[in-house]
Design a protein. Sequence first.
Length: 252
Amino acid sequence: MIQINRVKPHAELILDRPDKFNALNSGMMKRLQEALAELEGDDDTRCVVLKSSSSGAFCSGVDLRELAGFTSVEQARNFALLLDETLLKLLKFPKPVIARLHGFVYGGGFALASVCDIRLVAPDTKIAFPAGRLGAILPPALTFMLNALTGLGNTRELLLTGRSVKAREALELGLVQYLLPPAEMEKKIHYLIGELCKSTDTALAMTKKISNHPLIAAIEQSNLTAAENFAYLAATPEWQQRLSNFVKRNKS
């Protein structure tokens, strides 16, 4: 589900569930946390590139089939807390993280990208936050990150409509920093790694800690309440019906 490819002075952290467009399930998030802990302790890894093995998606969001299988409010609450915990682990990760995005980047998929430090998109990228259409809400980490990246007005519009944003608009909104064709993406990433490695590891870590501190504090203050809200929605007939309809439409 998560692969590590070490290429000094960086490591590639690869989302590897291509048959499900890298939909995030509990096992995948736990493995991602383990991989981050492993790379944090690796002195040869000075920065990380988060990418996908799927040709069609960076990450299509959380695994809706897992959500549809919940039989208790407690399962929904634990899933929400695990997602928030995973996003915070990535946001607190002391080494720079570059997200290489393409294809579908939906909901929880962009949540992963949003807590990375630098985001590059290919022209085929589509970003969307369709949780409301399924009767769900997104993790507070994503909402706070969107506010920081694109402002409150744009955040409200994107979350409330659930509409899809193409790569050019994502760049204009400030959701990403670079829009590049696939042939130029690798070259740009290696350039950025070179620039990052001109600074010391301690300086990079302290810069991240200071700049992310207000966001981390806000997220940690809100995630328990958000998990309760998520669990409440999971128990509603509307949620259950919409998820059931989705699973039926997308049987593989």
